[in-house]
Write a protein that binds this ligand. Structure first.
Ligand SMILES: Cc1cc2nc3c(=O)[nH]c(=O)nc-3n(C[C@H](O)[C@H](O)[C@H](O)COP(=O)(O)OP(=O)(O)OC[C@H]3O[C@@H](n4cnc5c(N)ncnc54)[C@H](O)[C@@H]3O)c2cc1C
Length: 475
């Protein structure tokens, strides 16, 4: 399960931090958001270091489909309805400016990253929705149009087209930016105390600190875990499937995402909340759909990814919490982290350098109003459900009844144990409690992992950490 990006590009890891250093800004996390933020700060003359727990791009960024677009589903009409015209206009303009910033940066820095301009489409079975979205996009100043003839083999009533969007190879791109930056890899941040960033192999004293770890790992203050959950979806790289000019995403549940990369069509779909894949079968279902749509195709790579979804569907970019005015955050990208990483980088650069930024308010993490409280309660409620399961839910299966190649939470006299039985009958036992906030993990048969239904942390069957916000493995 390796993405087409990891399969087609690699880079030697940089050094780990060693000892104590000082910097104007420490950026924690070397994904798209962290690397772009560090790059902009460097351009502004700021002395910046990036601290990355593993390797840059090795988090969600290596598993994206890497469409660079301001078209985030049928969001124009939705945002006008939920947040009003001004917020919606700012959102779309921030993202469209980000698309243009990519184009300019790649051209001026001469970055070789398989970049190409491409139109973006959202297709739907509902003609009214399409018409409404095009009208809304026009109100917001976007040059959108209705399309009734698409090159993809799906049924649809129509699509909304945004011209002049783009796509690229995300790892080649951040690899090129990294050449200009001071980056410490294999350097996991364990604690932040005011201006001091402590890591597994040294520390950084920094005036300002940016937390770009995908899901923030500092729980208090901020409490981002009450306002976000993670959603997972699956991607196939298909060879022999033909060529596409545009990039596509379906609006309704069960629809697909498409784009071209090299000789492959990247087909995405089967989204669900992380931790809710108890029966598995997502790859099989996606492969079945691929066979129907592209009978001649072969699966050359397959992988999955997850992203943070906020309760008001806008990201959190700005000051981390009132208590720490020198800490900043970029998270909650709702599967649109390419353009939103660029928005984050430009906005955080401005905030840190004391430059006024017109988008600061709409992305501010402290924007929540009383209206959003029911959403917070719902999100918190899911988390609490996960927490209480630890004490009250008795799983059906016991260790003895687990089939080879399967996992389950079993009751033992000592307490609950997460058990995985390999195909050859070897047993791996873990403590099935997430070290982030104590939710009970659920077995993901698709990827042989223990996933947290509360906030999306993931662990392999041996207990090693795969994805945060947890910062360590399980016993
Ligand atoms: C299936 C799928 C397809 C997608 N396709 C698209 C698309 O086409 N276009 C688009 O715009 N978006 C897309 N996205 C979303 C996009 O991939 C993400 O939003 C984006 O990659 C997130 O980047 P990031 O920098 O925030 O996180 P990451 O890439 O995860 O980077 C965070 C980094 O922080 C590091 N880290 C974590 N904790 C610590 C610590 N304590 N100390 C040091 N380092 C730490 C991690 O190792 C990691 O490298 C997609 C998402 C999914 C699920």
């Amino acid at each position: 399960m390796e993405s087409i990006w990891s399969k087609t590009w690699s880079r030697k890891k940089g050094p780990a931090l060693n000892g104590e250093i000082q910097a104007d800004v420490a950026v924690i996390g070397g994904g798209m958001a962290g690397i772009l933020t560090a790059w902009y700060l460097k351009q502004s003359g700021v002395q910046v270091v990036v601290l990355e727990a593993d390797r840059i791009g090795g988090g969600q960024t290596k598993n994206t489909t890497a469409k660079i677009t301001a078209q985030h589903g049928l969001f124009c009409s939705r945002l006008i309805e939920t947040k009003g015209e001004e917020v919606a206009r700012n959102y779309v303009q921030a993202n469209q400016t980000a698309v243009e910033a990519y184009k300019r940066m790649i051209r001026e820095e001469d970055i070789d990253c398989d970049f190409r301009e491409s139109d973006a489409y959202v297709y739907s079975q509902d003609e009214d929705k399409i018409r409404k979205e095009v009208e809304a996009a026009k109100i917001l100043g976007i040059h959108a149009s209705i399309e009734n003839h698409l090159e993809i083999p799906v049924s649809y009533a129509g699509a909304v087209r945004f011209p002049g969007q783009a796509e690229f190879h995300p790892l080649k791109f951040i690899g090129a930016l990294a050449l200009q930056l001071t980056i410490y890899e294999d350097t996991m941040v364990t604690e932040i105390q005011d201006h001091l960033v402590k890591t597994t192999c040294g520390s950084v004293k920094a005036d300002k600190i940016v937390i770009a770890t995908h899901f923030p790992f500092i729980n208090f203050p901020g409490m981002y875990f009450t306002r976000m959950h993670q959603e997972r979806s699956y991607v196939l790289a298909l060879s022999g499937a033909g060529k596409l000019n545009g990039m596509y995403i379906g609006n309704e549940q069960g629809m697909f995402s498409f784009r071209q990369y090299d000789q492959y069509i990247l087909l995405g779909g089967r989204a669900h909340r992380t931790g809710e894949n108890r029966t598995g079968g997502q790859y099989e279902a996606l492969k079945k759909s691929a066979k129907k749509m592209f009978p001649e195709s072969k699966v050359s790579a397959y992988w999955s990814n997850q992203d943070c979804v906020t309760i008001d569907h806008l990201p959190f970019i700005g000051r981390y919490a009132a208590k720490h005015p020198n800490w900043f955050v970029a998270t909650g990208f709702q599967k649109w982290g390419m353009s939103l990483s660029m928005v984050s980088a430009r906005l955080l650069n401005d905030l840190i350098c004391g430059i006024k930024n017109e988008y600061a308010e709409i992305f501010s993490p402290s924007r929540f109003s009383i209206k959003e409280i029911p959403g917070i309660m719902k999100e918190g409620g899911k988390a609490v459900k996960g927490l209480t399961k630890r004490f009250f839910q008795v799983p059906d299966e016991t260790i003895a009844s687990i089939e080879p190649g399967h996992g389950a939470v079993a009751d033992t006299p000592q307490g609950k144990v997460g058990v995985y039985k390999t195909e050859t009958g070897q047993i791996y036992q873990v403590d099935p409690i997430c070290p982030h906030l104590g939710c009970e993990l659920s077995w993901n048969p698709e990827e042989n992992s223990w996933d947290c239904p509360c906030h999306g942390s993931r662990f392999d069957y041996k207990g090693n950490l795969l994805n945060g916000p947890a910062q360590r493995g399980i016993r």
